[in-house]
Design a protein around this ligand. Structure first.
Ligand code: SAM
Length: 286
């Protein structure tokens, strides 16, 4: 299990992403905190320069992964295979708020994060009129806990075992070493195997696709910011797919957001080639 101190050091990154989602009108303006806006402003000149030189932008990367995860989740809900969602490390992401507004009583959406971030999200949601309810709530979790109420298994036990369920991790996996990630994927597959249909969605930066010197420099900078290493796992997407199947998923694909360029403008950013979206399913049960 990773050191708890490292987990909490990752939390400020959610303030930055919160500002990005709000800036692109994916979110309620209340989810853009003052700290997040300041971080966004500090990074803006570098983003503008990279964009002007035809390079990747962090904003493009975040939006590309977010759009593709959204699209996969919409498709599963519309196909009727998923009606419950646990979003681990939800931070200040607007996805739970948006999906709860769109699907109402047709889904149950649980946004989960470390206690301090969960409390902040609960407070922001209450401020925009979305107090915890049976179809949308915020829960405390430590993604690496192996049991108890604030573990994935503990939260899943509060859901309907007869309904298809999705687990999402966005912006989490690359902050942790491979052993912790492998164990987390096993727990997610195990949990989802308890439902008739299980879907896992996540972003993943594959080491072999992020060898560029500028990317490596950026990863080092981010490592300093989160006071711990940012990890680039796997030499190629096929290795990650094999690891997911070994963890207990029946199918696993690493989608490239760049392939969604005709649908989403953000997926035309060169950064869309630096990130993958995992779509993994457990075997369907009757
Ligand atoms: C980069 S942010 C991503 C937030 C959100 N998913 C998004 O894309 O805007 C990382 C999030 O991971 C959360 N986190 C870090 N360690 C965690 C852990 N052990 N369990 C659950 N969440 C964790 C942080 O609190 C933070 O909200």
């Amino acid at each position: 299990m990773p050191e708890p101190r490292h987990s909490t050091a990752v939390s400020p990154t959610a303030l930055y992403t919160g500002a990005v989602w709000a800036r692109h009108r994916l979110s309620h303006p209340a989810f853009a905190t003052t700290e997040g806006r300041l971080m966004y402003a500090a990074g803006a000149p570098a983003m503008r320069l990279s964009r002007a030189l035809g390079g990747p932008t962090l904003e493009g990367l975040l939006l590309a992964r977010h759009r593709v995860i959204d699209e996969q989740l919409h498709a599963a809900i519309k196909a009727g295979t998923v009606s419950q969602v646990i979003e681990i490390a939800a931070g200040l992401s607007p996805r739970g708020w948006r999906f709860a507004r769109q699907y109402g009583e047709r889904i149950r959406y649980i946004e989960a994060d470390l206690p301090a971030m969960a409390a902040r999200k609960r407070m922001l949601l209450a401020r925009v009129g979305c107090a915890d309810g049976p179809h949308h709530r915020v829960a405390d979790i430590d993604a690496f806990a192996v049991g108890g109420d604030a573990s994935l298994a503990g939260i899943a036990a509060t859901l309907d075992p007869g309904s298809g369920t999705a687990v999402i991790t966005e912006g989490l996996i690359n902050y942790f070493p491979i052993a912790a990630v492998g164990a987390l994927w096993q727990r997610i597959a195990n949990t989802l195997n308890g439902f008739p249909n299980g879907l896992y969605l996540s972003d993943l930066h594959v080491g072999g696709e992020n060898r560029d010197i500028a990317v490596r420099a950026f990863v080092r900078l981010l490592s300093v910011f989160v006071r711990g290493r940012v990890h680039l796992h796997f030499g190629a997407p096929a290795e990650a797919e094999a690891e997911l199947r070994a963890a207990g998923f029946a199918t696993a694909s690493l989608l490239s957001p760049a392939d969604f360029a005709d649908r989403f403008r953000a997926c035309r950013d060169p950064a869309a080639r630096l990130v993958r979206v995992i779509g993994a399913t457990t075997a369907a049960r009757r």
